[in-house]
Design a protein around this ligand. Structure first.
Ligand code: ADP
Ligand code: ASP
Ligand code: MG
Length: 408
């Protein structure tokens, strides 16, 4: 008998028919003798609908109420799935964050899980009931409802699996595994049987939304195997597991992209100590997350350009902040661009292979794609390009690094 956490994404619970299918799958797992804890997202489209409602009232909604609103989608899907299970004769109980004691900090809309009480869940399992837990939501120390960031039900799933010492966390979604590129963009993407936590962490944080980044962090920290698979069939999916010796043999594991960043350039700042500190201090005080940073070499001896990327959602505020200090820094102007995207190649094999960057740049230049910024780490290379070239860049890199599946 295994203890399995099964997390179902929005599409998987997108209609009553699908909820019944999920219930049948949970029931089959139980009938096979396993204990199951279920985590669900809101029905597909629901969280976006709630976001829109909030913005219709206030384009800058009060954070506490925004989180309270967004968390409501999961209350509906947990109760519906628990109803479906009970109707099938499989006792089940819907549980919200406050009912199981899923505590987070109070960083609204991207709260971090601090602790999870396992007693309510264990008691339900001992009574033979299936707990159906609401993903994405938590409560802070004062009992306020918080949310874990978009896609956060993945993190609820893996964190619960860690807290309960489960054998596996299964992530059921609308694709049948993790691919070498988003299969909805690259038709010839191939399914990856096993991927290391490190690679998946990079892929997730560089835009592959199949798993939320923090869910992979939890998996890695607590050694929870994650099995990403389809909720529509029984096929084996992809496993996220510790790295092994065979994994380095593949140089580039996958290509991914992210269209959620914007670029800000401060043109002609003084090339002297303290400038970067001032700029990034201001951004960090405003809780704006800066990703890539490039400082060009001086035009002459005294002036330089400082360019960085921030989430698109924060670009107006970041630009406002930079314009406020531009004069102090002696800058000529501040420019913002939202029509950019970041394309990345990821693979643990890069640690022991040289020439990946050179090949990447050559392939892009042959395709006529201009590179605006570059960032590298041990196992990834990211470039910023014009957003219009995103799909082209992903496809040519996918092919050049030998990731295309053989034609059927
Ligand atoms: P869910 O609602 O089940 O959480 P998501 O939409 O959050 O589903 O994540 C699944 C989607 O992730 C897929 O439909 C696919 O378009 C996207 N995706 C992006 N990159 C990848 C990848 N490398 N492999 C698989 N899916 C990917
Ligand atoms: N319902 C939330 C969202 O749409 C959480 C999730 O789906 O994981 O972001
Ligand atoms: Mg998701």
């Amino acid at each position: 008998m295994a203890l399995i956490v099964q997390k179902f994404g929005g599409t998987s619970v997108g209609s009553i028919e699908r909820i019944k299918n999920v219930a049948a799958r949970v029931r089959r797992t139980r009938d096979a003798g396993h204990q199951v804890v279920v985590v669900v997202s809101a029905m597909s489209g629901e969280t976006n609908r709630l976001v829109k409602l909030a913005y219709e009232i206030d384009p800058e909604p009060v954070s506490r109420e925004y989180d309270a609103l967004l968390a409501s989608g999961e209350q509906v899907s947990t109760a519906l799935l628990a109803l479906a299970l009970n109707k099938m004769g499989a006792p089940a109980r819907s549980l919200l964050a406050h009912q199981i004691g899923l505590r987070t900090d109070r960083v609204w809309s991207r709260a971090r899980i601090e602790s999870i009480g396992s007693s309510v869940l264990m008691a339900a399992l001992e009574r033979g009931e299936t707990p159906v837990v609401a993903g994405f939501q938590g409560i802070d120390a004062e009992g306020n409802i918080t949310t874990l960031g978009r896609g956060g039900s993945d993190t609820t799933g893996v964190a619960l699996a860690a807290a309960l010492n489960a054998d596996v966390c299964e992530i059921y979604t609308d694709v049948d595994g993790i691919y070498t590129a988003d299969p909805n963009i690259v038709k010839r993407a191939s399914k990856i049987a096993r991927i290391s936590y490190d690679e998946m962490l990079e892929l997730a944080s560089l835009g592959a939304k199949v798993l939320q980044t923090r869910s992979v962090e939890f998996g890695m920290k607590y050694g929870v195997p994650i099995h990403v698979r389809s909720s529509f069939d029984e096929s084996e999916g992809s496993w996220v597991v510790p790295e092994d010796a065979t994994m380095e043999q593949v140089v580039v594991r996958a290509v991914t992209y992210d269209k959620n960043d914007a670029r800000i350039s401060i043109i002609g700042v003084r090339d002297q100590p303290g400038v970067a500190a001032r700029v990034f201090d201001l951004l960090s005080e405003a809780e704006i997350i800066v990703d890539m940073i490039v400082q060009n070499s001086s035009h002459d001896d005294s002036k330089t350009d400082l360019t960085f990327t921030v989430p698109k959602a924060d670009v107006i505020e970041a630009q406002r902040l930079m314009e406020r200090v531009a004069k102090d820094l002696g800058a000529d102007s501040v420019r913002a661009a939202t029509n950019i995207s970041k394309v990345s190649v990821v693979g643990v094999g890069m640690r022991s292979h040289s020439g990946v960057a050179a090949k990447m740049f050559k392939v892009l230049s042959s395709a006529g794609v201009n590179i605006q910024m570059i960032a590298t780490s041990e196992i990834k290379i990211s470039i910023v390009i014009d957003e219009a070239y995103t799909e082209l860049a992903v496809r040519v890199l996918h092919e050049a690094f030998g990731l295309d599946a053989a034609p059927a």
